[in-house]
Design a binder for this molecule. Structure first.
Ligand SMILES: C[S@@+](CC[C@H](N)C(=O)[O-])C[C@H]1O[C@@H](n2cnc3c(N)ncnc32)[C@H](O)[C@@H]1O
Length: 249
């Protein structure tokens, strides 16, 4: 995959390109399902960009009209495939840049026999800006975005006021944005960003408040968010997840 020098890109990327090599099983899943389940999108600068004017016709893509759930940074596809098999009544769109992750999602999808998942291999802010229509998404998930914990890397973080505005554009009024992170300081930043946005209201205002954190507003763990291998490893390293849920007003 080609890399574009950062100086030509408007905003720092929240990801770095990793190897695209696939194991035999992943390659097989990729060959079988990517032609039908990975959306083709017009590109602008790189093969993870989305050109302005791209379009997403949900009814044509899924062959029906159904609520749309979008997961950004779906990793190995654990959460989205599990949800899709439990909720065949919804359509799921996984947004991910990492080829082995998408291939693993396709493998799981094939094993689970689910019909309601599609992927787009693209940079999430561009998907929100150019691919998804205004007010088209019922739920948006951002679970364990890369924390970019060094201060000099904070500008790479996905969740920012700018990203919240993009999310607000695509979410239907009343639609939910579910977030989770194992990085406490990033959790506080996410809460600050979302509390400052006039487009969102906290579904659990004040919840989980403590003396040390009188503001609270943390969601109870949502039962639809399964334990991914990423969260399990974070737990083993002593980092617990913080959940947030906001409603598009
Ligand atoms: C730490 S992993 C978490 C994966 C998964 N959500 C989970 O909980 O296991 C973050 C994922 O986000 C993806 N990612 C980061 N920035 C992205 C972007 N701008 N667009 C799409 N995917 C992105 C990475 O490739 C990575 O797979």
């Amino acid at each position: 995959m080609n890399e574009v020098p950062q100086k030509f890109h408007r905003q720092p990327y929240s990801f770095v390109r990793r190897g695209d090599r696939l194991t035999a099983r992943r390659q097989n899943a990729w060959d079988t399902y990517s032609p039908t389940h990975v959306l083709e999108v017009p590109r602008e600068l790189t093969d993870t960009s989305v050109a302005a004017g791209a379009s997403f016709d949900q009814e044509r893509v899924y062959g029906r009209r159904a609520p749309l759930v979008v997961e950004i940074g779906s990793g190995l596809g654990e959460a989205v495939v599990s949800a899709a098999s439990q909720h065949p009544e919804n359509d799921y769109l996984a947004v991910e840049v990492y080829t082995p992750g998408i291939a693993d999602l396709l493998l799981k999808m094939g094993q689970a026999g689910v019909e309601n998942v599609r992927c787009v291999q693209a940079n999430a802010p561009e998907v929100l800006d150019h691919l998804l229509p205004e007010d088209g998404v019922d739920e948006l998930w951002v679970f364990f975005p890369d924390p970019w914990h060094k201060k000099r890397h904070h500008k790479r973080r996905l969740v920012s006021p700018d990203f919240a505005a993009k999310a607000a554009r695509v979410l239907k009024p009343g639609g939910l944005w579910r977030l989770a992170t194992d990085w406490e300081e990033y959790a506080l930043v996410m809460r600050e960003v979302l509390e400052a946005s006039a487009d969102f209201e906290n579904v659990f205002p004040g919840a989980g408040a403590t003396e040390a954190d009188p503001e609270g507003g943390w969601s109870p763990r949502w039962e639809g968010r399964i334990l991914t291998s990423f969260e399990r490893k974070a737990g083993e390293a002593g980092r617990r997840a913080h959940d947030l849920t906001y409603r598009r007003v």
